[in-house]
Design a protein around this ligand. Structure first.
Ligand SMILES: CC(=O)NCC[C@H](N)C(=O)O
Length: 134
């Protein structure tokens, strides 16, 4: 069994701050753990409004706290996000995420992230990013 603690992970190499200023994410479970998925606690900063397109990954995102919306690019539909909402990018959906107040999200990725990923120009993650240093 593996046991980790968010506060401890926040002070190690598991906390990644996005250079675009939109989010930070603490990656509690990663590819090296051999579970077939990764699990992150992500903070989306207030006022963030940015596009993502995870061409190499599937992602599910559950809102723990805060408020915002997600808009799917192909059909322009907007979905409110509040505590308890989950959105599931089952079709590699290109989307825009907006945080009206700071949001804390639990995120699962398949395939799992290596640890150091930040978004590329399309708002996705490459598959060959580096591992964390702890
Ligand atoms: C909600 C979302 O996809 N935010 C971007 C960061 C990502 N969740 C991550 O954990 O790296």
């Amino acid at each position: 069994m593996i046991v980790r603690n968010l506060q401890e992970a926040n002070t190690s190499g598991r906390r990644i701050v996005s250079p675009d200023g939109n989010w930070e994410s603490t990656r509690l479970l990663l590819k090296d753990d051999n579970m077939g998925f990764s699990f992150h606690i992500t903070t989306i900063y207030t006022g963030a409004d940015f596009e993502m397109h995870y061409q190499n990954h599937l992602e599910a995102v559950h809102c723990i706290s805060g408020r915002g919306e997600v808009e799917t690019f192909d059909d322009g539909k907007k979905y409110s996000i509040e505590p308890g909402t989950i959105y599931i990018l089952d079709k590699h959906d290109r989307h825009t995420l907006r945080a009206f107040e700071e949001m804390t999200m639990a995120c699962v990725f398949n395939p799992p992230l290596n640890g150091k990923e930040v978004h590329n120009a399309e708002g996705g993650f490459e598959l060959e990013a580096g591992n964390i240093d702890e």
